[in-house]
Design a protein around this ligand. Structure first.
Ligand code: NDP
Length: 333
């Protein structure tokens, strides 16, 4: 069994030295346990937060322990009557090629409904984050303008499409011309802005949002968000999903204070974590699956191959090389 451990706690951007590869024996499953073989391993921005020893909504990773996170896997051997060899399952046991799971730690997934990888993306964690964050906090209404940062990523690309399904006008912010083209031509965004080549984001947003901004779904924080806040309408809603622009900063982020903006605009800003909606996951998954089947929702994935490439692929999240969900395929089905 190959495993990737957290070797030390990074300050600033993690490097290869942050991680350590080790080999370990695979434990034979006992009664109520299942041995699984990893197929797709997820890399996610929130993992950066767990590398720091600070209180958060999930516990920090322990040093010299496996980096945990979502995995789609195949059952190799089962000592549980709930699973049989060949079943495909999802678990959170993280960056390792094999795992002996308790039957309560994994869940069977439907092999027929969509490609297996989608259970880590559009039909899984990132799709559900988009669904609940946008609909429960953003509450987009027909004809309103929804702006999304990190728009071409896993969460952002789903947010924009769901906002369009709800009849909103959608403007995305992303980091390359290829992403801008993808958002406008393939996902049907009304406008998209490349923040890396735009010299004045306030002007660009004002031009892209002639009726102002009613919902700002924030994935990145920092200067991009400062610019969007200048365009808020009265009673705007701002779901704070993440702040990836600050995850690798060595100190606290600093920037304009927006309390007076929120007062002037009677705007609502609310952070959330997907776990807040755990009881409603079946509803969210069913809605996402239905939109996929109806062709109202599409998705892209950036899939790297090879277990040894997991750390580099994780670091790619901060370089912005991915369109849609970033994953590593570690074995064939
Ligand atoms: P993405 O697929 O969006 O990948 C990350 C993207 O972030 C990159 O492709 C890059 O795109 C962009 N990015 C990286 N660094 C910066 C930067 N310095 N400034 C601006 N953009 C940057 O990841 P996810 O969709 O998985 O996650 C998106 C956000 O949602 C993250 O903040 C994550 O932490 C958060 N999240 C929150 C959850 C919750 O429960 N609240 C659950 C899941 C995710 P580009 O080329 O455009 O720069």
């Amino acid at each position: 069994n190959q495993q990737i451990l957290l070797a030390n706690r990074p300050t600033g951007t993690p490097t290869k030295q942050t991680f350590k590869f080790v080999e370990s024996d695979v434990k034979q499953p006992e009664q109520g346990e299942i041995l699984v073989r990893s197929l797709y391993v997820s890399v996610d921005p929130y993992m950066r937060g767990r590398m720091v020893d600070a209180p958060s909504y999930v516990a920090p990773y322990e040093l010299n322990e496996v980096i945990t996170g979502g995995v789609v896997a195949e059952v190799v051997e089962s000592q549980s009557d709930k699973f049989t060899k060949g079943d495909v399952v999802i678990g959170s046991y993280g960056w390792q090629t094999h795992y002996t799971a308790k039957e309560t730690e994994i869940r069977k997934i439907d092999k027929e409904i969509a490609p297996l990888s989608t259970h880590l993306g559009i039909l899984g964690m990132t799709g559900l984050t988009a669904y609940f964050g946008l609909l429960e906090i953003g509450k987009p209404q027909e004809g309103e303008t929804v702006v999304i940062s990190g728009a071409a990523g896993a969460v952002g690309s789903a947010v924009g499409q769901i906002a369009r399904i709800k009849g909103a006008r959608v403007v995305g912010i992303a980091g390359s011309d290829e992403k801008v083209q993808y958002l406008k031509e393939e996902l049907g965004f009304d406008e998209a802005i490349n923040y890396k080549t735009t010299t004045n984001m306030v002007d660009a947003l004002a031009a892209a949002c002639p009726n102002g901004v009613d919902v700002y779904f924030d994935n990145v924080g920092g200067e991009i968000s400062d610019a969007v806040h200048t365009q808020l309408n009265r009673f705007a809603r701002i779901p704070i999903c993440g702040a990836i622009s600050s995850y690798n900063l060595k100190g606290e982020d600093v920037g304009p204070r927006i309390q007076t903006t929120l007062v002037k605009k009677s705007a609502l800003m609310q952070g959330f974590t997907l776990g807040n909606y755990a009881e409603r996951f079946p509803e969210g998954s069913a809605a996402l699956a239905q939109w996929l089947t109806e062709g109202k929702l599409s998705y892209q994935e950036t899939i790297k191959e090879g277990f040894e490439n997991i750390p580099d692929t994780f670091l790619d999240l901060f370089k912005g090389t991915n369109i849609g969900k970033l994953l590593v395929k570690v074995a064939d089905v």
